[in-house]
Design a protein around this ligand. Structure first.
Ligand SMILES: C[S@@+](CC[C@H](N)C(=O)[O-])C[C@H]1O[C@@H](n2cnc3c(N)ncnc32)[C@H](O)[C@@H]1O
Length: 448
């Protein structure tokens, strides 16, 4: 496909995503520097929009197409989805422009494909205000699954866990476009100085919702091209992820172990809170991810981290009871961060949650051996699934009587600690409640 229009590029990316690419990686590959800022923004919006709303888009298309959706050629289908997404969701783009652009993309497949796309999209425009969706009262799972575009298994699971109303607000929040959040690297720059510098670099920012080290990026050039990024004055990181280092509460001069550390967002935040004193051992299973962690430490000027490629499930007996603080930021389903990674809707399967909980429990159990008596272990995931979170903690506490839940309220901002219930040992963050990525954080103490 030689067409270099933003819609054509979006269709190409979407067709790669359907073959198994992650949308963020495919976007990075195709968003070459010569593409204008506005076009980059449009391509990104179209790709994430179609990935996010695929079920709803296909449902609407199926109402207007005589050909079964599964029989339409992927490029023609993605031209239709891109056109339909603009018609249903992007008021700033006139309907006729959305149709013409999709027709142009489909033209590479011949006149018939172009006519097919033209006919369906024009028909949608005439009828878009009277599209029938399943009735929520009669078919709650099907309705939520189609309207908010989620796999039925996720919707069913969340309705069982949280009820219909909470699930609906959760799905809606997962579909919102999250703002980019960064952590001010106070090891290198004062927050007010970074704000002034960002102003000079043409970046619009706003303050964090809960934490003083957080800033939201409202608009501006791509972050990694900024001098302030290259100099290590900030690190992209969601605010809920920043809560983890806060809850760990490591102080300067302590010995800390971060068993699943790469690419290092939380490790470097811990180092920042320790004022770059003491020692952090940072392990990860994957060598290429440890390289990323080293690079992050270098850029941010963090010097107390000792990275090591290690499987944290294999005991290192000489390190037992050696650490004041241990962090287990466990591999997880990622179902809490769908607003940032919409592919998760389609790549995760119900069995992932079941398989992961075993892995998470083993990782927590193995890591607990390194905690000194009186020391603390923090367990976190970017998931909202109880099996990966409080159930792992409950099982661990049942089998490890030398650990007890700790009160995490002193480590949290007041706006969050107020909502916790006894024994105050963990917090579950939800995007629809807190406006942050879904996250779970628990803190346990090893008895003296
Ligand atoms: C959620 S990510 C960690 C993110 C990291 N803490 C941060 O804030 O940047 C989980 C990490 O666990 C690592 N991992 C998975 N199994 C592991 C194991 N058995 N031992 C050590 N690391 C492991 C993965 O390679 C992955 O980098």
């Amino acid at each position: 496909m030689k067409n270099k229009s933003p819609r054509a590029i979006a269709v190409k990316i979407l067709t790669e995503v359907e073959k198994g690419s992650y949308s963020n990686l495919a976007l990075n590959r195709h968003l070459t520097p010569e593409i204008e800022k506005e076009d980059r923004a449009l391509i990104t919006e179209l790709v994430y929009g179609v990935v996010k709303y695929r079920v709803r888009l296909d449902y609407v298309l199926s109402k207007f197409s005589k050909v079964k959706i599964s029989s339409i050629h992927p490029v023609v289908l993605n031209s239709l989805r891109v056109g339909l997404y603009q018609i249903l969701f992007l008021d700033k783009i006139p309907d006729y422009a959305a149709v013409n652009e999709s027709v142009n993309v489909a033209k590479s497949f011949g006149k018939r494909a172009a006519g097919f796309v033209n006919g369906i999209l024009r028909n949608v425009i005439r009828n878009k205000d009277v599209i029938d969706y399943p009735e929520p009262a009669k078919e709650p799972v099907r309705y939520l699954s189609i309207y908010y575009s989620f796999p039925e298994w996720m919707v069913r699971r969340w309705i069982e866990l949280f009820g219909f109303d909470f699930t609906e607000s959760l799905l809606s929040a997962f579909n919102e476009k999250p703002k980019l959040c960064v952590r001010v690297n106070e090891l290198k720059i004062k927050k007010d100085d970074l704000k002034s510098l960002l102003n000079k670099e043409g970046v619009k920012w706003s303050s964090g919702l809960f934490l003083e080290e957080a800033l939201y990026i409202e608009d501006g050039p791509p972050l990694t091209r900024l001098e302030s990024f290259k100099r290590g004055y900030f690190q992209p990181q969601d605010e809920s992820s920043m809560l983890v280092a806060r809850v760990l509460g490591a102080k300067g001069e302590e010995r800390v172990l971060d068993v699943a550390a790469a690419p290092g967002g939380k490790t470097t935040h811990i180092a920042q809170l320790m004022k770059n004193t003491g020692r952090i051992h940072a392990w990860d299973l994957h060598p290429h991810r440890i390289e990323l962690l080293k690079e992050t430490c270098r850029r941010l000027g963090v010097t107390i981290v000792h990275p090591e490629v290690r499987d944290a499930k294999i005991p290192d007996t000489k390190s037992f009871v050696q650490f004041d603080k241990v962090l287990v930021d466990a591999p997880c389903s990622g179902l809490g961060v769908i607003r940032r990674k919409p592919d998760i809707k389609w790549t995760k399967k119900p069995e992932d949650v079941v398989n992961l909980k075993r892995e998470q429990f083993e990782l927590l159990s193995a890591s607990s051996k390194y905690v000194k008596p009186g020391g603390a272990i923090v367990y976190s995931t970017c998931s909202i699934e109880p099996e990966e979170n409080e159930k792992v903690i409950e099982k661990f506490l049942q089998e490890n009587r030398d650990f007890e839940p700790d009160d995490i309220r002193p480590f949290l901002p007041k706006a969050l600690s107020g909502e916790l219930k006894e024994p105050y040992g963990y917090i579950q963050i939800y995007p629809n409640v807190h406006g942050l990525d879904g996250f779970f954080i628990a803190r346990l103490i090893r008895r003296q």
